[in-house]
Design a protein around this ligand. Structure first.
Ligand code: GLY
Length: 433
């Protein structure tokens, strides 16, 4: 069997690692041959597990050509950009099997206005909002709003299109930057201005198809770059499980008010969704509100979720492509798990690349490295090649022990300017709910 994974970050490495572990187990127990794994473009962490092919994730034609030539049995899409470009529609039209939502459903991530309208029609709890394509109207609306207030670019902005404004000046600046200076290009020509909800965040993903959904364990990400949630937002500096605010009551509300309403509204509106829905949630006074939908696995949430998954990931991907997820049972470990991201100095701003990474060979199964922004240099050394470079994952019988194992492993890694938070999994704000 041939499987192509599209993407080159930590999320895709974690998926390929899990496919490999499950494949080995199936081979040992049942003699089923290992699948041939391909990654586009992949990274050095994936290179020992999959054949890496140099096709960019937004090159839909190139990916389709490759998948046809190689007669791929299954393609799994990691990032949002190819989904928003309609890669799933193109593969399905060509008779290929692919895991991910089609272009119409991918608007739930590629257009915040589309997502908010969907949530409102579905009755999914989400902060109140207004939508603008005219800057003067947006600025007039702001005058009557209380603070803080949230300004969001409608389109994909590589995680940078959201401003939480604490003063009117900040709010006005955010509107002008998007609509007048066009710092996000077309992505900011439409804006959402949203009421601020205050509370800890929760990431809950689910496998979704036409038969229903299966939720994954609730994870929490640490978005700010420095300890104690200080500094600018990043793509995520570390994730952990279990999350204290994910009480049985909160999870019940997430299931019934978010995912059940989501699939009911899909059915009512005739939208086909096969893939992963990621609900970015804020829990305010014990009530979950969706602040964003993503139509793919989260990064670095996936690193923790793949460690917790005790079912065969390939069977789950196959179930979703056949609309059988409701009948598929999925087992999860409940052991505490962390993923600590190691970043380049300067990230999420400008950073330098090309620094050799030492110590990767010393890591063990107790705490292993998932590669994100890494590359081979001309001498074949593994060097830094991105803002988020590695994620170190560890699972143990207590969260303290998992943290300790992860940080011990990190102490044996080094590269110039290496930076990480030291407080992953210890957020105090969680305890105030
Ligand atoms: N960690 C958030 C995301 O994947 O978008």
């Amino acid at each position: 069997m041939k499987i192509l994974i599209i993407g080159s970050g930590g999320r895709e490495h974690a998926i390929i690692r899990k496919l490999t572990l499950d494949g080995k187990r199936r081979f040992d127990q049942e003699g089923i041959p290992m699948p041939d794994l391909y990654a586009a473009k992949g990274n050095p962490g994936m290179a020992s597990l999959a054949k890496c092919v140099p096709i960019a994730d937004d090159d839909v034609e190139g990916l389709l050509r490759f998948a046809k030539e190689e007669a791929m049995d299954l393609t799994i899409v990691g990032p949002e950009v190819p989904l928003s470009l309609g890669i799933v529609d193109a593969f399905l039209d060509a008779g290929l099997t692919i895991f991910g939502p089609n272009r119409e459903a991918a608007q739930l991530e590629s257009s915040k206005a589309y997502a908010k309208k969907f949530m409102q029609q579905a009755g999914i709890p989400t902060p109140s909002y207004a939508e603008f394509t005219d800057m003067t109207e947006a600025l007039t609306y702001l005058e009557a709003q209380s603070l803080p207030i949230v300004i969001k670019a409608d389109g994909l902005a590589a995680g940078k299109g959201v401003t939480v404004a604490y003063t009117k000046e900040e709010a006005i600046r955010a509107v002008k930057e998007a609509m007048q200076d066009r710092v996000f290009g077309d992505a900011g020509s439409r804006l959402i201005i949203e009421a601020f909800v205050n509370g800890p965040e929760l990431s809950v993903m689910a496998f979704v198809d036409q038969s229903g959904f299966k939720m994954m364990p609730a994870i929490q990400d640490h978005k700010q770059v420095y300890d104690d949630d200080l500094g600018p937002n990043t793509g995520g500096m570390g994730t952990f499980y279990p999350v204290p605010i994910a009480t049985a009551n909160v999870i019940h509300q997430v299931r019934t008010e978010i995912f059940e309403r989501f699939v009911a509204h899909l059915a009512a509106s005739g939208i086909v969704f096969r893939g992963v829905l990621f609900a970015g949630i804020i829990v305010q006074a014990g009530k979950p509100y969706v602040i964003e939908f993503n139509v793919r696995f989260g990064d670095p949430e996936t690193q923790v979720v793949m460690e917790l998954l005790e079912a065969d990931i390939l069977s789950i991907f196959e179930s979703v492509t056949k609309d059988q997820i409701a009948q598929t049972s999925i087992m999860w470990s409940n052991q505490p798990t962390v993923c600590v991201i190691i970043a380049s100095k300067g990230y999420p701003g400008a950073y330098r690349k090309g620094y050799p990474i030492e110590g990767l060979a010393t890591l063990s199964q107790k705490a292993y490295a998932i590669h994100a922004g890494t590359a081979f240099d001309e001498q074949g050394r593994i060097v830094t090649a991105g803002g988020r470079v590695l994620g170190v994952v560890s699972r143990a019988s207590t969260l303290d022990q998992a943290r300790q194992q992860a940080y011990q492993a990190i102490d044996s890694l080094s590269f110039e300017g290496m930076h990480m938070r030291r407080d992953i999994g210890t957020r105090k704000s969680n305890l105030n709910v």
